[in-house]
Every structure is written in C-alpha cells, then in structure tokens.
Design a protein around this ligand. Sequence first.
Ligand code: ZN
Ligand code: ZN
Length: 357
Amino acid sequence: MGALRRKLTRAGLSGLLVTHLPDVRYLCGFTGSSAALAVTRFQARLFTDGRYRSQAEEEVQAADVEISTSAAAIAAVQWIAAQTAVTSVGFDPTTTTVAELARWKDALPARLRRSLLTPLAASLIEPLRRVKSEAELAVMHEAALTGCRLFDHMLSILRPGMPEIEVAAELEHQARLFGAEGMSFETIVAAGKRSALPHGRATANPLPRRGFLTLDFGIILRGYCSDMTRTVFLGSPKAGERSAYQAVLEAQQAAVNQVSAGVRCGDVDEAARNVLRREGFADAFTHSTGHGVGLEIHETPRIGAGQTNRLQAGMVITIEPGIYLPGRFGIRIEDMVAVTRIGAEILTPAPKALIEL
Ligand code: ZN
Ligand code: ZN
C-alpha cells in the first residue's frame, strides 16, 4: 500500500478507486467476489456486502472494512467523495465498463460529477503486481511444481483411444487432489491434426495411435496461477516430426537463455523467432513468445515482437513458442520462469526432450 500511495502522489491524485478483484486481492488480501477498495493518501477502506462480513474480517489487511447494503463500488465512490481534501480520484478505465462509470457518477453530488473521477492513462497497480515478492514467488513455484507433478501423472495414463475430454477431466480431477483451488484457464488438450490449433479445446475425439498431443494447463494455488505446456508424441515420430519438435525446443531454450533483468521483452521474443525463422517455420509461429503470470493467467509484460519494455528481477513470465501447421500438426513448449538479475529460474522443470508414448 505504501508503494501505491507514492504512485498516487506522483500522479497528482488524492484517491484511487479499485474495483478489479485481482487488484483488490493484491492490495488488501480480500478474496471475495464482490468488493471495491477506496484508497486515499492516508486511509484505505474495503467495501463488501453482508455475505462476506466474517471473511473480510479474517482476510483484509491494511484497510478498514465496511459492510454496505448498496453495491460495493457505489459505496466506495460515495465514501471517497466525502473525504476531506479528496479532489481527484483515479480509476482504471481498462477494467471499468461505460455503464459502471455512469452509475458511479450518478451516485455523486452534482458538483463532483465532472471533476472527481479521473481515468488513469496507465494502471498504478499493474507495475506493482508485475514484480513478485519473495512470498508470491514461493507460492508460484509451488503451483508450477504441482503442474509438473500433474504432467508426470498424465504420462502414466495417456493411451491411444482415450477421448481428449477424458484426458482433461483426469488432469483437472488430479489437480484438485493435489491441492489446486481450480484451473487457471480451460485445459487445452489437442491431439493429432488438432494440435495445429493453438487453443484446441478438449473434444470427444479419441487420442490417435500416432501423432502429437499438446497439453496446456495451469492450476490456481492460493490465488496464483501456474501455466505450462508440453507436447508429447503418441507412437513413433517420423524424421520431419522429430526435427520440427527439435526446432521448437531449440527456440524455447534460446528464449529462456535470453531472459535476464534489463533485457527487452522484444529481444526474448526475437530469440525464439530467430530459431524458427532459420528452421523455416517463421509463418507457423503465430503468437507471442510469452506473457506475465500471477494472480491472473495473462498479466504484463507481454513477451512479443517489438516490445521495448525491459524485464525486471522478480517478474514471472512464460516462454512458449510454438508452430502450427494446419491439417498436419502443432507443437508448443511452455515453461514458467522467474526473472533474476543474472538469468531465468525455471519454475516448471518437467522434461522437454520429446517423449514418445
Ligand atoms: Zn499455457
Ligand atoms: Zn501461457
């Protein structure tokens, strides 16, 4: 909260309205599904409803709690407007709908409607969330290792004929048994020709006798997401399939090797892209190399072509180049890595050499 207040002052604001729930959780620890946090230079107050009375008392740190009967954000807007010396209150336009803003303004006294609420050009919280604390890194490491255990478990049960949805169901069932609160996103299971779909949802299709199988999945542990992808081969790969896999693996490792505090995100992307270009797969790599991850599955920074922002120690990002050849196959390999001053710490040490099942 101290770092946020310094940013508030620097931005010339006297208050901040926080309604994006992952931001609320990050700032004060509250995990409920209905909340708004009002922050001034001297106070912070979390608004939620009666269902969350005891949960808020248990969880919330560094903020007072107020149980309101009106919508949490409305109560927060009205409270902050009534504070002395609060003249401009920032809010994040990227997480606020036009309808919400209209409701907030309607709840204000007429004289404040035009002047009080100020859309922020850039989130004040996002830069804080980008760099993880030691405690956050420890949880994320545990989440990532749980992902690796899951992959290991899956290797022992995958067999041709098993429907993709059964693969996803088994993975998600086991994830809960391993302590996951949920999945970070819809589990991707894409086999054979369907592996050429970068976001292939699991279908009723059976796993083929031979072909690639891509598993992209993540779990949520104490609020933090993990994310990893492994592509394995069912049966025995042909030379072309094997060399395509090697190209993706080499691209993935080149990008991981590029990671270090101070390096431009675009340069990490280029390291992967460069290998795939050389191997003739430039057009088959159709997405960015990676993304930040944390309380949300997709956070900043984006590890994409031309990105000039620089990595900082403590960021957690994914490195996930892939190639997609429609009608034939696709391959993606994804690790979660923590950026350090001297390189990358891989949080997902599951094997990456091509596994044949
Ligand atoms: Zn993923
Ligand atoms: Zn990812």
